[in-house]
Write a protein that binds this ligand. Structure first.
Ligand code: HEC
Length: 167
């Protein structure tokens, strides 16, 4: 390499280093600006989020205090709950339309969507659920939700379950 080439190289190299130095300062400033605390990275949240799930207790160390959530302990397990036929029918069939957010179909627990329907009276709801019904939505509610092997009582129980959840 000639001396002239060296000079050019040295100049270009210095420019690159200078630009990098400026970028570092800019990014440091930006990091400070976008950090929620304005004081750079909030390391306390990071420590909490990356904390190990458990710790080894060494001999001689005190036993940890374990908080038992009373609310959760007091609730009976699902299996212990008495069987609700309406809920069962709902979960196994009606849910596929009335619990999946399909537009135009009154959803479980959607009070606004059920108010006018409930106002027709239970007998009308039973009738529509048993025999099928197409109303303002233009989408057909199939007889017995599409499962003809359901008994009338099972379908009515499912209607009761949905009505109870919308009152
Ligand atoms: C294939 C989808 C589908 C399934 C499955 C389904 N429904 Fe429906 N259901 C509808 C639609 C759509 C409507 C609204 C019809 C309308 O108002 O135009 C409706 C409306 C109803 C209504 C209100 C009727 C009224 O008079 O406003 C009841 C009650 C009802 N369904 C009960 C049930 C029960 C009980 C089951 C399960 C056994 C069930 N549905 C399963 C689609 C379904």
């Amino acid at each position: 390499m000639s001396q002239e080439q060296d000079k050019v190289f040295f100049r270009n190299y210095s420019i690159v280093i200078g630009i990098l130095a400026i970028l570092i300062i800019v990014f440091l400033g930006l990091a400070r600006f976008v950090s929620p605390t304005g004081k750079g990275v909030d390391s306390s949240a990071a420590a909490e989020n990356t904390a190990p799930a458990g710790k080894v207790r060494l001999e001689g160390e005190a036993m940890p205090v374990v908080e038992v959530k009373k609310e959760a302990a007091a609730k009976p397990a699902m299996a212990d709950a008495p069987a609700e036929p309406g809920k069962q029918v709902y979960s196994s069939l009606c849910f596929s339309c009335h619990g999946t957010g399909l537009p135009g179909i009154p959803q479980l627990g959607d009070k606004a969507a059920w108010a006018d329907r409930i106002a027709q009276g239970k007998d009308v709801l039973y009738e529509h659920a048993l025999k099928g019904f197409t109303g303002a939505s233009g989408i057909p509610m199939p007889p017995k939700g599409g499962n003809a092997s359901l008994s009338d009582d099972e379908v009515k129980a499912a209607v009761d379950y949905m009505v109870t959840n919308a009152e």
